[in-house]
Design a protein around this ligand. Sequence first.
Ligand code: THU
Length: 166
Amino acid sequence: MAKTSFESLSEIEQKLLKAAKAVLRRSYSPYSGFQVGAAVLTEDNKIITGTNFESASYGDSICAERAALLRANSQGHGDECVAIAIVTRNKNSPTKEVSSPCGSCRQLILEAAQRSRIRRAFKIIMATTKFDKVEASTIGALLPSAFGPEDLEENSQETKEIKNGN
Ligand code: THU
């Protein structure tokens, strides 16, 4: 993950980060007190937000990133997503560092990325609420050697190698 600054982001990326911060107050996180706001950017600069949503049955909680991606898809932008911004705040202690998406969210970001034109260059921007710490990465960097749609293809390279006895 590369450290960057709010000022060095493009205008639309700054807007995206602000949207992720603005939606943070809608986070439903009574059990962990960990608030997450996410904002997905489409290739024609639409912004779609989401928050984490917890359940008394803890394991059923949904992360903000996945909530935002599912909203983007249901609004007709499933194959047009190019970036996601994530802002986190721990209600119980001052948040000093950025948080990066959990493994399940990375896998779904990868899925959205695969559907997009930019694929593994899909940008992930993470920040604290004050934007004093901002980091940027790509899904290619955050989820290397990932399991992806190509693994399901009958003619994937690996399948070919196994069939050839290598
Ligand atoms: N959470 C997210 O929303 N995104 C992540 O990538 C990691 C974790 C949420 C889930 C739960 O509501 C809270 O943060 C604490 O794990």
